[in-house]
Write a protein that binds this ligand. Structure first.
Ligand SMILES: Cc1cc2nc3c(=O)[nH]c(=O)nc-3n(C[C@H](O)[C@H](O)[C@H](O)COP(=O)(O)O)c2cc1C
Length: 99
């Protein structure tokens, strides 16, 4: 199985989309300010970003789908992230919706 498809946990519609956005976080950039609340705030932020992607896609007549069920280690590895100082938090494919 190709590495991207494996990282997407076998979700072919995501791995084969014309565009796949992968959001990654550098927790220290949030932790210095928000301390132990950082993980929560990073994920809320990613959620907001993805929601805006949904709105933009709707406007443009495109489609997207939040992807939270990716495989963490494979995704971090694919992007060359160590999973601690930086790590994948969200994905979203963009494409033309099927009829
Ligand atoms: C945090 C989060 C993670 C999600 N992860 C996945 C995922 O990995 N795979 C998937 O097919 N859908 C995923 N979804 C999408 C939803 O399960 C659902 O299919 C979608 O929001 C419904 O869209 P629709 O109204 O266009 O059918 C996720 C949604 C959210 C909010």
């Amino acid at each position: 199985m190709d590495r991207l498809l494996a990282a997407c946990n076998g979700q072919a519609f995501a791995a084969s989309a014309p565009l796949l956005l992968i959001w990654a976080a550098v927790p220290a950039r949030t932790r210095w300010r928000y301390g132990p609340a950082a993980p929560k705030l990073i994920l809320l932020d990613a959620g907001h970003a993805c929601e805006n992607l949904y709105l933009a896609c709707e406007f443009l007549g495109l489609g997207t789908c939040a992807i939270g069920a990716y495989l963490q280690e494979l995704s971090d590895e694919l992007l060359g992230l160590d999973g601690v100082s930086s790590t994948v938090v969200y994905m979203a494919p963009v494409g033309r919706p099927g009829r």
